[in-house]
Design a protein around this ligand. Structure first.
Ligand SMILES: Nc1ncnc2c1ncn2[C@@H]1O[C@H](COP(=O)(O)OP(=O)(O)OP(=O)(O)O)[C@@H](O)[C@H]1O
Ligand SMILES: [Mg+2]
Length: 279
């Protein structure tokens, strides 16, 4: 097994109450890189993350962390792993009855024996990092959507995780705030050397931040590669996915696609498809 991989997934299936939602997923997540998981709503991205953070048990031999089978982790092994990861859930999931700084302090209080003063300083550093240092004493309800996302990110970073999982960092945000989050993610990779896994369905953001892109379709793995490899894929299902995503983003589809796909894209082809009712 390659030592350059932080996590490896092999032949992972997943079910909810007998209904299969992931089918034979296999790919590797390299150390200190940004891996972006993409795919349409309901294709299984969050479910996959739940396996990777140990919230949904996987069969033995399916998920490996630095070569160690996660299925064989005992309680202590899982607790050790959890201490190495930070997670920003899709919902942001701040505690509404706690202030911003109290929210950030929660993981430090749970996992460490640091003094209150040290915890206060560490929380402040993380809030600085996400640009919220002036909002320490705000309640989550007093923050905008983008600020809540950033506060959630600060909490995910509280323990200085080696691996950061982020589910839909920019959904529901305006483009400028979303771009700011993208930059922050790149900064975390550059300055702290974090291994980062981001789930998104913003194609533009994915192309910007990804070292590696993973494209899923209805519980299956469609493609894995660099953004360039994905964009130059000849695979019809991948191309269809890129077209659909571009259409959904409601920008000027024609110019957007020619920018993303370069020469492979022919304007006539896309409009025919749209008239043909392809989703
Ligand atoms: N707790 C659950 N119980 C039962 N079924 C679930 C549960 N969570 C997700 N599913 C099902 O699993 C499938 C994948 O859902 P998942 O949340 O992983 O999709 P997603 O790719 O994250 O979608 P989105 O982009 O909308 O967040 C869906 O069919 C969904 O109905
Ligand atoms: Mg999801």
């Amino acid at each position: 097994m390659s030592s350059h991989n932080m996590i490896e997934i092999r032949g992972l299936d997943s079910h909810y109450k007998g209904r299969q939602v992931l089918f034979n997923i296999g790919f590797a997540i390299p150390h200190k890189k940004v891996t972006v998981i993409m795919g349409r709503s309901g294709c299984g991205k969050t479910t996959l993350l739940r396996h990777l953070i140990g919230l949904k048990p996987s069969e033995s031999g399916r998920v490996f962390v630095e070569g160690q089978d996660m299925g064989s982790f005992d309680e202590k092994g899982m607790a050790n792993y959890r201490r190495r990861i930070g997670v920003l859930f899709q919902s942001g999931a701040l505690f509404n009855s706690l202030t911003v700084s109290q929210n950030i302090a929660v993981p430090l209080k749970v996992h460490t024996r640091l003094s209150d003063e040290t915890i206060r300083i560490m929380s402040l550093i993380k809030l600085h990092l996400v640009g919220l240092a002036d909002f320490l004493d705000y309640m989550p309800s007093q923050l905008s959507g983008g600020m809540r996302k950033r506060a959630g990110l600060a909490r995910a970073l509280a323990m200085d995780p080696e691996i950061l999982f982020v589910d839909e960092p920019s959904s529901g945000l305006d483009p400028i705030t979303a771009a700011g989050l993208d930059d922050l993610i790149l900064e975390l990779r550059e300055t702290l050397g974090m291994t980062i896994i981001v789930v998104t369905h913003e194609l533009e953001s994915a192309v910007k931040i990804a070292d590696q892109m993973v494209v899923m379709d209805r519980g299956n793995l469609l493609a894995v590669g660099t953004p360039d490899e994905i964009r130059s894929s000849q695979d019809e299902t991948v191309l269809r996915f890129l077209r659909r995503e571009a259409e959904e983003q409601q920008v000027n589809t024609e110019s957007y696609l020619s920018r993303l796909l370069g020469r492979q894209y022919k304007a006539g082809e896309n409009s025919t498809r749209r008239q043909g009712g392809v989703r």
